[in-house]
Design a protein around this ligand. Structure first.
Ligand code: URA
Length: 181
């Protein structure tokens, strides 16, 4: 993991390194059975290097708590490691370039369950394993099994900030993690 951290810290493959403060790589356990993959760092993450440390992070903590987990028990990362300016969506080219780090990270952590959070990481992960595009609205909470890995795409926790019905959907989907551990 040390080598990977260095590689990401020195990365200049896309332009995001020019505007970010620091890369946000992961938090939690590097040998966890459960890996959550968000989208990209926001302002708080950029200042601290800690993924999901703002409002969406509070919701993620609530969801983890709901299934009796703490951050230290799981591995939390993002598909893009540097903050896109003004929190714009990550570009396809940025996702593609940063994806090689995520690939290495998945190999190092070797999780049993991968939960992509939101449309960008769900699309990336399902495409990687199934070579097919899916809409998050259709696949959230579904359990996919491939190469001994369980993939459970989820809505992004930030979705519950703007739509309070989403928290119940997320809770229901998080229960699937327990059922597949
Ligand atoms: N914070 C993150 O680290 N990732 C997201 O996708 C959103 C907020």
């Amino acid at each position: 993991m040390k080598d990977l951290l260095k590689e990401i810290q020195n990365c200049k493959k896309c332009g995001l390194y020019k505007t970010r403060i620091m890369p946000t790589i992961y938090c939690g356990n590097i040998k966890s059975k459960i890996m959550f993959i968000g989208e990209a760092p926001g302002k708080n993450e950029d200042e601290t290097g800690v993924p999901f440390c703002g409002r969406a992070g509070k919701i993620l903590d609530e969801l983890l708590n709901y299934i009796n987990f703490k951050r230290e028990d799981v591995h939390i990362t993002n598909i893009v490691k540097c903050r896109p300016p003004k929190n714009r969506d990550p570009k396809e080219s940025e996702i593609k370039k940063c994806g090689c780090f995520l690939e290495k990270q998945i190999k190092l952590v070797n999780p049993k369950i991968i939960c992509p959070l939101g449309r960008f990481s769900s699309k990336y992960i399902l495409k990687k394993y199934f070579k097919k595009s899916f809409e998050i609205g259709e696949v959230h909470g579904k359990v996919f099994k491939v190469n001994n890995i369980v993939i459970i795409p989820m809505y992004h926790p930030a979705a519950a900030i703007y739509d309070n019905k989403k928290i119940d959907v997320l809770k229901k989907d998080f229960k699937k993690i327990i059922n597949n551990l």
